[in-house]
Design a protein around this ligand. Structure first.
Ligand SMILES: [Zn+2]
Length: 316
């Protein structure tokens, strides 16, 4: 039986019908902006439209923010306040006529990479998504780590620098505050001010520097841009070293827009892991880019869709 995965982002909703083999048979996209009622009806419309003509067992929503998956509820979504506190299982279950469950988006993406991507050959995976924020997910012994309330795996909000920059969650020095796309932009502005004659500095005088600009300038050999990404790699590596010690994963898969900087970040991150993590965990782990790209959310959510008896529709 197929399942529908819905990736509910801050700006768009992507819904896909997915087979047990991880093939996306049909996909639709809707904007996710607007107040609560419009958002919920957009999700319901996306599900209705995408399932047209396909046999589907259940739906799972992947939502950014702190999610209590045991209660199918989002308690805090800084980029999507409209969805906070809504009894999604019942509300959307009624609108779509399907069994609906809810997961954190990074946990869903981690599960997608585990089932169909970078982790499909292993049983122990840590997934990190570096985007506007930093999300994480952990699969151990083939099981998604959710914790007591379903709020586990928040790797982006682990403190890696006690007096570091303030994070969106209110804490200081979270991995997210130092290794996200937002953090890269902030650091790029500072370095541009310090080195106005660098390519990065000259661009910053013309316009606002984006994360992808830093990657592009680094690829062209600008030392200022390279230093920003290396520094990001160090912070990422400090976070990963802790995860390597705790979880002893076979693979750490790095996804999200920032991961497109590839080795410009990952090389330093690996060095840092080697310096800080313990043997033998540090010697086993493979730190690589995730392989599913933007589809990991839809694929992972579909693979986490459960029917009324709690069984995964796509198998496990
Ligand atoms: Zn935080």
């Amino acid at each position: 039986m197929n399942a529908i995965g819905v990736d509910v982002g801050g700006t768009k909703i992507a819904a896909g019908v997915v087979t047990p083999e991880g093939e996306i048979l049909n996909e639709v996209r809707y904007p996710s902006a607007g107040p609560r009622e419009r958002l919920l009806s957009s999700i319901a419309r996306a599900v209705d439209e995408v399932k047209d003509g396909y046999e589907v067992g259940a739906v799972c929503l992947a939502v950014p923010g702190f999610v209590l998956s045991a209660e199918n509820k989002v308690i805090f979504a800084p980029n999507l306040h409209a969805i906070e506190g809504v009894p999604l299982k019942y509300d959307l279950g009624e609108r779509t006529g399907l069994s609906v469950t809810v997961e954190n988006d990074a946990n869903a993406a981690a599960w997608g990479e585990f089932r169909f991507g970078a982790g499909r050959e292993v049983d122990h995976l840590v997934f990190i998504t570096l985007g506007t924020g930093v999300g994480g997910g952990v699969v151990m012994h083939g099981i998604l780590l959710r914790g007591a309330q379903g709020a586990g795996g928040e790797l982006g909000h682990v403190t890696i620098h006690a007096t570091g920059p303030r994070c969106g969650c209110g804490n200081h020095g979270c991995l997210e505050a130092l290794a996200s796309g937002t953090a890269i932009q902030r650091r790029a502005r500072e370095v541009a001010n310090e080195q106005p004659d660098s390519a990065l500095g000259r661009l910053a005088i013309e316009r606002r520097v984006l994360g992808e600009d830093v990657t592009e300038l680094a690829r062209e050999g600008d030392e200022a841009a390279i230093s920003v990404l290396k520094e990001t790699g160090v912070w990422l590596g400090i976070g990963l070293a802790g995860f390597v010690n705790v979880f002893n994963p076979e693979v750490i898969a790095i996804g999200g827009g920032v991961a497109r900087a590839g080795e410009l970040i990952l090389e330093r991150a690996r060095q840092e892991v080697y310096l800080r993590a313990r043997s033998p965990s540090r010697d086993l782990v493979r730190i690589q880019e995730a392989t599913l790209g933007a589809e990991s959310g839809v694929l992972g959510a579909a693979a986490l869709a459960r029917d009324e008896s709690g069984e995964y529709v796509l198998g496990s």
